[in-house]
Design a binder for this molecule. Sequence first.
Ligand code: MN
Ligand code: MN
Length: 465
Amino acid sequence: MGDKTLSKIAWENYSEENLLELEDLCSKYKDFLSKNKTERECVNYFINEAVKHNFKDLREVIKNREKLNKGDRVYYSKMDKTLILAVIGDESLENGFNIIGSHIDAPRIDIKQSPVYESDGLCYFDTHYYGGIKKYHWVARPMCLKGVVIKSNGDKVVINIGDDDNDPYLGFSDLLPHLWKDQAMKKGVDVIEGEQLNLLVGSRSLDGKKDKVKKLILSILSEKYGICEEDLISAELEVVPAGPAKDYGLDRSMIIGYGQDDRVCAFTSFMSMLKIDGIPKRTSICMLVDKEEIGSTGATGMESKLFENFSAELLNSCRDNYSEIVLKRSLDRSYMLSADVTCAYDPNFPNETPKQSTAFFGKGVTISKYTGSRGKSGCNDANPEFLAKLRDIFNREGICYQVGELGKVDQGGGGTIAYFLSRYGMEVVDIGVPLQNMHAPFEVSSKADIYETYKAYGTFYKYLV
Ligand code: MN
Ligand code: MN
């Protein structure tokens, strides 16, 4: 099977039934991507869907001092930006969990804390970008403003402007080509500079002398949202590309949309968790975390004790006698799929991605033994013993998979959340969907790879023991 698997094209083996299931999954995915463009929106979506599938809030279980039984389904959110779901398995928790972890933050442009200013009759919000972006991608295109403003009395105001038919767009400007002689000579990284990413929000004057345009904008914020300028100090506002995710290609074989790194893996792992039927062999966990794009820092990032604390709570809710040694054993004996995207081969840029070691659209879910940069620096580097177990179940279940790494050895690289959980001694490997245009406002994926990834994650929950 080995060689055949590596050269297999998923599309060539689909039945009518497979194609129907693939399109159904992908249409739900497009809808999810189109409506959820921030971490908070994603957590909210996942909780709503989980509740429909009989998941209950672990915090309520803890509060009511209930005990969990085999087959019970729980979710646990942290600060509305990270979510962990679990289905209690048949085996003792001490034997370890099957964990799939992905991230739900995505590169974007954040609003600064004191953002509003007027310049030459135009009103702007000052910004600071989030994650690794090519800044020139984000100008001269329609953008949305999304997030929350927390008033000093604790009231939360939800802001969501740009994706409703009646909403205005916002955006960042670029220089016209007629006058770009100097700009054209700049290096790519300097074509648009961070401090030039100022979000244009208004151009109309109110009566008065100074800051007339800004005054009108502030009065709109006050009337429409009940917020004043000072309230923006305690806000989390993100500027993201406007517009829905759609089919891509005349054959509709691909999907284009914002935030597919890593919401494609978040969505497919979540859907495979919903599909768990009854009681799985091992306790199955789906982790959807924040802050990966800036190094997994903060209380909602993977570097925090979030997962360890959750596991302790889960254990305590499942057993009569909580003990730390049991917690350590369950983490040590766990298996984890670090579900993240990788780079898809692009014939337009052949120099950066060697064909022999890069993932291709349509060849299925992609296993990356290691990530990192400059000699695997900072990566997890999965054990061959663990990879062999995955090959075995994927081959048995007819999952179309391939291997891939992120570009040429000396060209650059990237990291994932893989190495954070390997600290506990568990087996971890990176596995996910290949993308073109990664970190651009609109990323591209292959429907066949999404479908195979969904099936691979389900196979991991079901069969890996
Ligand atoms: Mn990622
Ligand atoms: Mn990324």
